[in-house]
Design a binder for this molecule. Structure first.
Ligand code: BTN
Length: 262
């Protein structure tokens, strides 16, 4: 594993040249990078603020869950975006980020299948390797939080994480977190700029990579009963259409379990 904190030149490189990142902040430990970025967004921070940490004391996951990652094991950060697109396009953003993350990680685990579980869990060889939490923050800001398991080989995993994996377990040896961060920012930059120009254009590439499509799934929902059926389609707004036998349901949130692969 690389050093716990990024070398200073790495943070400088992140903000140098034409890049999405306008300002990068490192914290050895933080409650949650999303919470910190949201606080700064509310205080007027510019688009492109990147908040990074090695350890979170109250990391947030999707659907009200918590996110755990031992120090030194992961890349964890939040990027403040102010897309200025119509509200109708914003539900696409979590999918776009998932696609960029998959594209950035793929070269490190070549020969291994890198796919997405709707909406944006990164799967490597079918196991979760990263999670993304996109939250809106006032005024007109989106906070994109990414937790990527880089090297969990020495990690004692709690029961709920035994099924997860990390890039080093499936890649070819140690991975430099900071080089990976640069590659990820590059990819996010390209995808995000293209999205701001022509919002729907990335959807075919997303669908191509989405392992949920065509699979038999159970979708757990926070305040409604689970749905079991076949994942038929992803709409242009990013919703998942599930055929249950007697209905076609349009789902906007939920935890997907692949029961039978496509
Ligand atoms: C999920 O539930 O799959 C999404 C997890 C997102 C975790 C990341 S870690 C960095 C950022 N800060 C947070 O508090 N959460 C996100």
């Amino acid at each position: 594993m690389t050093d716990r904190a990024p070398p200073g030149r790495m943070l400088q490189r992140l903000v140098a040249g034409p890049t999405l990142v306008s300002h990068a902040l490192w914290f050895d430990r933080l409650e949650s990078t999303n919470a910190e970025a949201a606080r700064r967004a509310a205080a007027g921070a510019d688009e492109g603020l990147l908040v990074l940490t090695d350890e979170q004391t109250a990391g947030r996951g999707r659907l009200g869950r918590t996110w755990h990652a031992p120090p030194g094991s992961s890349l964890m950060g939040s990027l403040l975006l102010r897309p200025g697109l119509p509200i109708a396009a914003l539900p696409q953003l979590p999918l776009l980020i998932g696609l960029a993350l998959a594209e950035a990680c793929e070269p490190l685990v070549s020969g291994t299948q890198v796919s997405l579980k709707w909406p944006n869990d990164l799967l490597v060889d079918g196991r979760k390797c990263a999670g993304i939490l996109v939250e809106s923050a006032r005024p007109d800001a989106m906070i994109v939080g990414i937790g990527l398991n880089v090297d969990w080989r020495a990690v004692d995993r709690p029961d709920d994480l035994v099924a997860a994996t990390s890039l080093s377990e499936v890649g070819r040896g140690p991975i430099d977190r900071w080089r990976l961060l640069i590659a990820l920012i590059d990819r996010l930059d390209q995808r995000y700029r293209a999205w701001c120009e022509t919002p729907g254009d990335f959807l075919p590439a997303y669908r191509e990579r989405c392992a949920t499509l065509g699979s038999v799934v159970r979708v757990d929902r926070v305040e409604s009963p689970p749905v079991i059926g076949t994942a038929e389609r992803i709409t242009d707004a990013g919703a998942l259409i599930v055929a249950t036998g007697d209905a076609m349901l349009e789902l906007h949130a939920g935890e997907v379990h692949h029961l039978r692969a496509a």
